[in-house]
Ligand binder design. Structure first.
Ligand SMILES: Nc1ncnc2c1ncn2[C@@H]1O[C@H](COP(=O)(O)OP(=O)(O)O)[C@@H](O)[C@H]1O
Ligand SMILES: CC(=O)N[C@@H](CCC(=O)OP(=O)(O)O)C(=O)O
Length: 257
C-alpha cells in the first residue's frame, strides 16, 4: 500500500491576515504524516503593487504580469509570504523548507503563449520534479511552495497557486496516495455564495458544468474546480474544497470524477 500524503493549498485571504494564517499553521502542523503546503498571496501582491504605484490587472483569474509586476510578485511570494510561513511552521516544530519552482528545478514552466490575451511573465507548468520532492518528504522535510516557476533560461514566471497545488499533487501521485485540499475562507463550494450553510457536499464534472452555466460557480472558484478534476483524472486519490479552519474535519465539498 502506498503511503499517504496531504497537499494543502491556502489562498490570499487567509495568508494576508495574521490571525487566520496562525490558525492555518496550527491546523497544518497538526496534520499527521507526509504533507506539502502550497500558498498564494495574490491579495498581498496587489496591495504592495498599489503602494509602489503599480496597478494590478487580472484576466480570467490570472494576473497580467509585466516586468515590474514580476519583481513585486517575486518579492511577495518568494520572500515575505513564503518565509513568514516557513518561520511560523518551524516555530510549530514542522521542518519546513520554502521553495520556488526555480529552487532545485522543482517546477519548470513555459511562458504562456500570447493568444487573445498577453499575460506577460506567466508560466504554464511543464514539469514537476516529483522525485526530488519525494526524497525531501521521505527525509521528514515539509516543502512550502510559492507560486513562482522558472523557464530554465533564467526567467522566473508567475503561476497561479491553485495550478501549483494541482500540478504538484498530480506529480506526487506517482509516489504517494495523495489527498489535495484547497482551503479558503468559505465552508466549501456554496449553492448560494451569501449563505454559508449552502455547502454542496460533492460535485461531478457534469454538475460543475451546470453550476457554471447557472452562475452558481464563478470567478476564482472555476480554476479551483478545473484543477481538481484534472488532478483526479491524473491519479490524485481525493480532492476537497473546504474552510481553512476545517482542514482536519471531514467537511466541505468533495470533488468526484
Ligand atoms: N459557488 C461558490 N462557492 C464558494 N465560493 C465561490 C463560488 N463561486 C465563486 N466563488 C468565489 O471564489 C472565491 C475563491 O477563489 P479565489 O478568490 O481565487 O480564492 P483563493 O485566493 O483562496 O485561491 C471565493 O472567495 C468566492 O468569492
Ligand atoms: C498567474 C497568477 O495569476 N498568479 C497568481 C499567483 C498568486 C495566487 O494564485 O494567489 P491566491 O491563491 O492568493 O489567489 C497571482 O499573481 O495572483
Amino acid at each position: 500500500m502506498r503511503e499517504k500524503l496531504t497537499v494543502i493549498k491556502v489562498g490570499g485571504k487567509i495568508v494576508e491576515e495574521e490571525a487566520t494564517l496562525h490558525k492555518l499553521l496550527d491546523d497544518f502542523a497538526a496534520i499527521e504524516g507526509y504533507k506539502v503546503l502550497v500558498h498564494g498571496g495574490g491579495r498581498s501582491a496587489t496591495k504592495l503593487a498599489a503602494q509602489l504605484g503599480i496597478e494590478s490587472q487580472m484576466v480570467n483569474g490570472r494576473r497580467i504580469t509585466d516586468a515590474e509586476t514580476l519583481k513585486v510578485v517575486t518579492m511577495v511570494y518568494g520572500g515575505l509570504v513564503n518565509k513568514n510561513i516557513v518561520a511560523g511552521l518551524q516555530a510549530r516544530g514542522v521542518n519546513a523548507l520554502g521553495l520556488t519552482g526555480a529552487d532545485m528545478d522543482v517546477i519548470r514552466s513555459v511562458k504562456r503563449p500570447v493568444k487573445d490575451v498577453d499575460y506577460g511573465f506567466v508560466g504554464d507548468v511543464k514539469q514537476v520534479n516529483a522525485e526530488f520532492l519525494g526524497d525531501l518528504i521521505h527525509k521528514g522535510v515539509v516543502p512550502v511552495m510559492a507560486p513562482l516557476t522558472h523557464d530554465g533560461a533564467g526567467n522566473l514566471l508567475n503561476t497561479n497557486a491553485d495550478t501549483i497545488a494541482g500540478e504538484t499533487a498530480k506529480a506526487l501521485a506517482a509516489l504517494f496516495d495523495v489527498t489535495l485540499v484547497f482551503c479558503f475562507e468559505k465552508k466549501g463550494v456554496l449553492r448560494d455564495e451569501n449563505d454559508d450553510d449552502s455547502v454542496i457536499p460533492q460535485i461531478t464534472p457534469a454538475e460543475f458544468k451546470q453550476y457554471v452555466a447557472d452562475g452558481v460557480i464563478q470567478g476564482g472558484m472555476i480554476p479551483k474546480l478545473e484543477n481538481s478534476f484534472e488532478a483526479l483524472n491524473a491519479g490524485v486519490t481525493e480532492v476537497v474544497i473546504t474552510l481553512a479552519s476545517a482542514i482536519n474535519e471531514n467537511s466541505g465539498t468533495r470533488i468526484k470524477k
